[in-house]
Design a protein around this ligand. Structure first.
Ligand code: DGT
Ligand code: MG
Ligand code: MG
Length: 248
């Protein structure tokens, strides 16, 4: 039996058809008769993901800047929101097929499918829409488990994209890219909100103070002005969340 390890680092006849069409829609003993309309299938685009490649689906919350404001997310990181995202990702991994790993940070989650997956004959649209709809419905379904004192005010949405990576190295670089994004944004946001919350700077003043600073400068501000060692911030905030399967 396999379980997810959350590592923080890591028929019938169509009855509604018009009478003149009915004769084309007969289903007899489970075999669908061909109709003259069958040709419209040829308009469907082939979106098969290239064989032997890693298939990655990345979701991202739609306009979560506003969503976070409206739902009073704590700044810069809200553990409830991040843990809810991970709960949704866990549901996606268990309900859908062939996902070997997931990585999440902020309002995004990436899902990596087995190289040899043949789920829905590797159709990108099937991968993407199944992941996005399962994730979004889970977000609403589990909301109350994480936000006990905050009502969900409107239905959230997530956009999705599919990217195929041809080698282990390109997949590793993809994950490194998303994690670097997490690190850069989180370091910036951690100092930015310290300047506002502790030193009472306005957002414009905080932005100006951080203009042109390097990572070392931001670490120094945190340490010398707020006695915060950035390396001691929770790994979930600094690095994001990785989920992999564990044999139990
Ligand atoms: P989009 O993705 O183009 O529809 O627009 P946004 O607004 O979702 O932009 P995006 O995805 O680049 O940035 C994520 C936003 O979500 C960002 O404004 C901050 C917000 N957010 C994510 N996690 C947290 C959190 O834990 N706390 C707070 N306060 N905000 C968060
Ligand atoms: Mg977003
Ligand atoms: Mg985002």
């Amino acid at each position: 039996m396999w379980t997810i390890n959350t590592a923080i680092v890591a028929s019938r006849v169509v009855s509604a058809v018009a009478p003149s069409c009915r004769r084309f829609s007969v289903i007899s003993r489970g075999v669908m008769a061909k109709s003259k309309f069958e040709y419209v299938r040829d308009f469907e685009m082939d979106d098969t993901c290239l064989a032997h490649c890693w298939v990655v689906v990345r979701l991202d919350g739609r306009n979560f800047h506003r969503f976070a404001e409206k739902h009073n997310f704590t700044k810069p990181n809200d553990s409830r929101a991040l843990e809810l995202m991970t709960r949704c990702a866990q549901t996606v991994m268990t309900q859908l097929e062939d996902i070997v790993m997931a990585y999440g940070q902020s309002d995004e989650y990436s899902f990596i499918f087995k190289r040899k997956s043949n789920w829905f004959r590797r159709r990108a649209s099937k991968f993407m829409t199944n992941v996005a709809s399962q994730f979004a419905s889970s977000y609403v379904f589990y909301w109350k488990d994480y936000f006990k004192d905050q009502d969900l005010l409107y239905p959230p949405a997530f956009d999705g994209r599919v990217v195929v990576y041809p080698s282990n190295q390109t997949l590793k670089d993809y994950l490194s890219w998303r994690q670097a994004d997490c690190h850069i944004n989180n370091l910036y946001n951690t100092v930015f909100w310290m300047l506002i919350q502790r030193s009472k700077l306005t957002p414009a003043q905080a932005q100006e103070r951080l203009q042109g600073t390097l990572a070392a400068d931001k670490n120094e501000i945190l340490f010398s002005e707020y006695n915060v060692n950035y390396n001691n911030e929770p790994p979930m905030f600094r690095k994001g969340t990785v989920m992999i399967w564990k044999k139990v």
